[in-house]
Design a protein around this ligand. Structure first.
Ligand code: SF4
Length: 210
């Protein structure tokens, strides 16, 4: 019998995160872990171990698409895999992230707090019930912005899961693109040093697009 590992259940963490954000927006700060851990694994480990084993979102999309059969299970279009699209989307994502940081800075310098979560960078959802009394206004603004980013990427992930293969989001996920770039760079340097090929462990997530 196959041994069950704790790392197979990280999808629960992803679900819990989304629920906690609905309950109290300040929990959105915990999402920083989903940003920093993959980068640290790529920088110091030189691999995509996070994507391949520890990403709760990837697991959740796999469960929804494969076990619950919510996916049409057709191959994602070629352009989604193309370098220009993946890096273009990463650049767009970073610009939006920068805008979110700027809004946080504005609140820090006295602008009023905007209690909305913005979905798909366009639709402003009122989030008036959020209890933000425990935090400084700028910290609450960051939480609203960050939760918007997380919710938007979840919606995109689910949409591509339904339309294509379960983990099609992983093909153009900005974190996946960044970690892939970092570990390719890191292993290239190593290869130059030792005269070997440096592509080991650097491909897209093992299950991307599956
Ligand atoms: S590509 Fe993104 S969603 Fe997919 S496993 Fe990696 S970090 Fe998770």
């Amino acid at each position: 019998m196959k041994k069950r590992k704790w790392s197979n259940y990280l999808w629960v963490v992803e679900l819990l995160y989304l629920c906690l954000g609905l309950f109290n927006i300040l929990f959105a700060w915990l999402g920083m872990l989903f940003f920093t851990i993959p980068l640290l694994v790529a920088v110091f480990g030189g691999s995509k171990a996070y994507c391949n084993r520890y990403c709760g979102r990837g697991q959740l999309l796999g469960i929804l698409g494969e076990k619950l059969k919510l996916s049409r299970n057709t191959p994602p279009p070629k352009f989604l895999r193309s370098r220009w699209f993946r890096y273009g989307f990463l650049a767009f994502f970073m610009v939006m992230f920068g805008r979110m940081l700027f809004a946080t800075y504005q609140v820090f310098t006295g602008a009023p707090l905007s209690q909305t979560v913005t979905l798909l960078w366009t639709f402003k959802l009122p989030w008036q019930w959020a209890d933000v009394s425990l935090a400084a206004p700028w910290a609450a603004q960051f939480a609203f912005g960050f939760f918007s980013v997380m919710l938007t990427s979840t919606v995109l992930g689910i949409a591509t899961m339904v339309l294509f293969r379960p983990r099609s989001w992983c093909v153009y996920c900005p974190m996946g693109t960044m970690t892939q770039g970092i570990c390719a760079q890191r292993n290239r340097k190593k290869a130059n040093l030792y005269g070997r090929t440096g592509q080991k462990n650097c491909g897209a997530s093992e299950t991307a697009g599956q």
